[in-house]
Design a protein around this ligand. Sequence first.
Ligand code: NAP
Ligand code: BLA
Length: 339
Amino acid sequence: MSNYKPPLSTTILRVGLVGTGYAAKLRAEALRQDPRTDLIAIASLASSNAGNPERIAALAQEYTIEAMNSWQQLVARDDLDIVVISTINQDHGKIARAALEGGKHVIVEYPLSVDVQEAEELIALAKTVNKLLHVEHIELLGGWHQTLKQHLDQIGDLFYVRYSTLNPQHPSPRRWTYHHEKFGFPLIGALSRLHRLIDLFGEVFTVNCHQRYWETESDYYQTCFCSAQLCFDSGLLAQVIYGKGETLWQSERKLEVHGEQGGIILDGDTGMLVLAEETKLIEIGTRRGLFAKDTTMVLDYLFDDIPLYITPEKSLYTLKVADAARRAATTGLTIFLKE
Ligand code: NAP
Ligand code: BLA
């Protein structure tokens, strides 16, 4: 289970937020709406190097919080209880380390780190300093996941899964999500793709992977296309396809689960349950409001000891599988997860 043992002695948690993007904004909203927290400061990464002062100034004004020039200054403050890390993947690990070393609880968006060893060290560090280290995995809270869980037992023994998320972008943006280091290996940056399968189907035996980039310049790519095959301990075979960018022309967000007695197909916002006697539409819940849900669950854990839906160890296991995919793509070999 999680590392930190609640309940808290304080009544209001003082929060510092690192990031100014989509996730950070939703965190700020969720924190503002919860009386158990006080959002005190926000730090931007780019304002200290590339420079994006407008966005952080706007957020600071909107939420009446202090804008800081760097995450280093933010984590060094002694008036914060918890740091929320909602910025580019490359920096998650080092910000989390500094925050834990500074005696703060940590909420970090997935992935915990782009490096397996660093992720292991952070989990150990959180235990040593007796602070919560929570890695968000909102895909487990969303409609697709709940729908799958509800219907899986109706389709018999499972033998094949195909999960494809393709996102054509014309032209591809020069954003951090198209940057080798800032995003990380595609299935590490998009760790949720593997994590939702591992949460449903258990441990993985072997991994194969092919990965291709279409380059623009050395740091940014135009397109990435990644295809991995996971063989689970259960014998289930999963094909995971992830791609984005301007070399792609068809968008897809589709998950098919094939069982001996039927199948489940989630295609965008449409769900279908295929059985021998009939094929019927199934309801899929929303993809919205998930950062707020995650924030509330962390606070419920810290204040009232209500168990969290995820542990950092589980996220680490998926990170190991994603890293195996990276190694498989680099070497062309099948990677065995067990020693
Ligand atoms: P975003 O909207 O693009 O925001 C990215 C953040 O990184 C901003 O704080 C931006 O702030 C900073 N940044 C952007 N480009 C940068 C660059 N080139 N160099 C340095 N910093 C840069 O991204 P997001 O969707 O919020 O993602 C943030 C984290 O949440 C990621 O780890 C992502 O995996 C995770 N996440 C997001 C979602 C989602 O639905 N969006 C879901 C699950 C997890 P400044 O430029 O002001 O520093
Ligand atoms: C995940 N969405 C993510 C991630 C990024 C984005 C960087 C984390 C990495 C990944 O898993 O791929 C970025 N998503 C975007 C952007 C858009 C987008 C820039 O849809 C532009 C529209 N995220 C949103 C919006 C929704 C959303 C508007 O920005 C919902 C309507 C949901 N994004 C969402 C969810 C995840 C995610 C639920 C978790 C991943 C998953 O479900 O597999």
